[in-house]
Design a protein around this ligand. Structure first.
Ligand SMILES: Cc1ncc(COP(=O)(O)O)c(C=O)c1O
Length: 399
């Protein structure tokens, strides 16, 4: 018998954030040393945990027998809680029929990419970007067009570049605000410019806002695209993973702001698509109700802790000759530039093998990510300082 080979489209799936882990495992096996992993954006791996009252709600859901398959669209009570939450937080007016609950934001992303595009249709995506928007898009036959985010201006989207890329095959513009991997938070003005451009070309906007309350200054919140959009249709993607520190519960959702019902057919197709995966985790949905309806006081605690870590990493990276980084205004990522005559992939591999520090290379975040790497600054200060000491020493040796 012959070996069974996956089709080309499956062979091309790459995810550098997790692939670097394989290299890290090799390093640990070969050297017997432990790595310092600054590659995965999971607060629950460090000193963060979901608020107590939502853990209690999860336990209560289990104890009261919520073990069954839920509604494919999400439990009705959760969708009602989402409608109230979005009204309270973002002043958007939606109905429960505009909401679909998913297995994390990741499933919302996959659903949109799998269902909303003809083969070869184009989606404008920010670059640097969250990698699945590139790789999952290609897998589903969507052509990702990377629009530049301007590093020197704090990584904000270049509106002129977006305009240059639009073609008759373009269907939608994606915004990630606050942005992974750059930590940029776009102003309401910049978001409005993107919405207006979408309106001009008859496109809809997909707005990934899963870090919306992880913002260090100003109102502590990134602008919500849907509430700025008037007639332009917007699909918002949200998740309990980051703001509610529940990455492993796999609860996210998407909703449509669609005053002219232009997305109705897509929405029905998303709903049917979600039926074939049956439903998402039922008890976790009841915990999500408690998260959205209950006290929100934990967010202040997250921000206070993370601001110190952000300031530390930002200061120390910029003190290292040959590295430079824009200050992240949100999220827990920083995206330093490497000015050392070595490419990002070699830098990250050599860094790992000489110091045990694990960071993914910027090329995995898109063309405009090249010559950078991403640091997750979730760990406590002593771990960050240890990692930065090692990075500093490694860079000195490179020169
Ligand atoms: C921008 C962005 N969108 C979506 C996701 C997926 O998140 P989840 O599926 O845990 O909700 C992530 C995860 O890091 C992300 O950074």
């Amino acid at each position: 018998m012959k070996k069974f080979i996956p089709p080309a489209r499956a062979q091309e799936i790459r995810y550098v954030i997790r692939e670097i882990v394989l290299e890290a495992e090799k390093y640990e096996q070969k050297t017997g040393n432990k790595t310092i992993r600054l590659n995965i954006g999971d607060p629950c791996k460090y000193d963060f945990s979901p608020p107590r009252h939502i853990i209690d709600a999860y336990i209560e859901a289990l104890e009261s027998g919520k073990h069954y398959y839920g509604d494919s669209r999400g439990e009705k009570e959760l969708r009602e809680a989402i409608v109230e939450y979005e009204k309270r937080k973002n002043e958007v007016d939606i109905d429960i029929s505009d909401v679909l609950v998913t297995q994390g934001a990741a499933e919302a992303v996959n659903t949109i990419l799998a269902v909303a595009f003809e083969n070869g249709d184009e989606l404008l995506i920010p670059s640097p970007t969250y990698p699945p928007y590139l790789t999952a898009a290609r897998f589903f036959g969507v052509k990702p067009l990377e629009y530049r985010c301007i590093e020197e201006e704090g990584w904000v989207p270049d509106i002129d570049h977006i305009r240059k890329l639009v073609s008759p095959k373009t269907k939608a513009i994606l915004i990630i605000n606050p942005n992974n991997p750059t930590g940029a938070v776009y102003s309401a003005k910049r978001v409005k410019e993107i919405i207006d451009l979408a309106g001009e070309y008859g496109l809809y906007v997909i707005s990934d806002e899963i870090y919306d309350l992880m913002v260090y200054d100003g109102s502590g919140k990134a602008p919500n695209t849907a509430s700025l959009a008037n007639d332009v249709p917007v699909i918002t993607i949200y998740s309990l993973s980051k703001v509610y520190l529940a990455t492993g519960w796999r609860i996210g959702y998407m909703y449509r702001h669609d005053p002219q019902d232009l997305l109705e057919d897509l929405w029905n197709a998303f709903t049917r698509f979600l039926m074939i995966r049956l439903s998402t985790n039922t008890p976790a949905q009841y915990a999500a109700i408690a998260a959205l309806r209950g006290p929100q006081t934990h967010i202040r605690g997250i921000i206070d802790k993370l601001r110190k870590r952000r300031d530390l990493v930002y200061r120390r990276i910029n003190e290292i000759y040959g590295l430079s980084a824009e200050k992240p205004e949100g999220t827990f990522y920083i995206f330093p530039r490497i000015n050392l005559g070595i490419n990002d992939n070699d830098f990250c591999k050599k860094l790992l093998w000489s110091t045990g520090v694990v960071v993914p290379p910027g090329y995995g975040f898109g063309s405009f990510g090249k010559q950078h790497f991403r640091i997750v600054f979730l760990p406590p200060e002593d771990i960050l300082n240890d990692a930065l000491d090692r990075i500093e020493k490694f860079v000195r040796q490179l020169q």
